[in-house]
Design a protein around this ligand. Structure first.
Ligand code: KIV
Length: 276
């Protein structure tokens, strides 16, 4: 009998500070979660789903219901990875009570291992309260996509002394509030490396530094399926745009020439010979 698969907990991720780099990817669907589960330590059901799968211009298009539905799909498709679900905009900023209620809903309805929310000093109260309620929290500082409209674009962080000081305050606040790990996005490399050395919880970089304790990318970016602009920090490990376009072109040609369906794809009148 195959040994039972033990799911990686948030506590296990925390314990990997300074060790073998923590491999993280986003996932939003059942089949992709199944394909990634053997290869990663952590799957993030990011609010980037609003852009990647739903076609919104920013992550502000994500809702709690959307995050829960995709969280459930990813949990059905994974057995080993630590699954973290993003708290979407307007689900935690208003009050500590709102944040705890939203986090509880996400965990109860998906069964995920933790939640992630954006912000530092400004959301430290929310992080502390969610952690106190027994739910592990991953922080997210640096470039925060939920603030992109407020900030007038995707701005790299850590380029002025004032901003570096603010990042240090944010990282310290998230750690002190009890988060088990911290995403650092779109931040000057040396600053991200310094923050990694400074705090005792693992940092997960995206557009940050290879010195971070782990790395994350958006899955569709990483496999070359993103049809719009791909950020500079992305490395495409496959070119699924071409694979999909080529398959669609060959299918279209075969349908138009009546080559598909062929003899192997249709049913004979004889019963019991074949099943769908
Ligand atoms: O929503 C998301 O995909 C994220 C990652 C890019 C860290 O927050």
């Amino acid at each position: 009998m195959a040994p039972a698969v033990v799911r990686i907990s948030a506590e296990t991720i925390r314990a990997r500070k300074g060790g073998v780099p923590i491999v993280c990817l986003t996932a939003y669907t059942y089949p992709v979660a199944r394909l990634l589960d053997d290869h990663v330590d952590l799957l993030l059901v990011g609010d980037s789903v609003a852009m990647v799968l739903h076609g919104h211009k920013t992550t502000l298009g994500a809702s709690l219901e959307m995050m829960i539905a995709h969280g459930q799909a990813v949990m059905r498709g994974s057995a080993k990875a630590c699954v973290v679900v993003d708290m979407p905009v307007d689900s935690y900023e208003t009050s500590v009570a709102q944040a705890v209620a939203s986090a509880r809903r996400i965990v109860e309805e998906t069964g995920c291992q933790g939640v992630k929310l954006e912000g530092g000093v400004d959301v430290a109260g929310q992080i502390a309260a969610i952690v106190a309620s027994g739910i592990p929290v991953m922080g997210h500082i640096g470039l925060q996509p939920q603030s992109v409209e407020k900030e007038g674009g995707y701005k790299i962080k850590g380029r002025t002394p004032e901003n570096v000081a603010a990042l240090i305050r944010d990282a310290d606040a998230v750690e002190k509030a009890g988060a088990f790990s911290l995403v650092i996005e779109g931040t000057v490399e040396t600053v991200a490396a310094d923050l990694t050395r400074r705090i005792a919880i693992p940092t997960i970089g995206i557009g940050a530094s290879s010195d971070c304790d782990g790395q994350i990318l958006v899955i569709d970016d990483m496999i070359g399926l993103t049809v719009d602009r791909v950020p500079k920090f992305v490395k495409e490990y496959a070119d699924l745009r071409s694979v999909v376009a080529d398959a669609a072109a060959r299918y279209a040609a075969e349908v138009r020439s009546r080559t598909f369906p062929g003899p192997g794809h249709v049913f004979s009148a004889k019963t019991g010979k074949d099943n769908a």
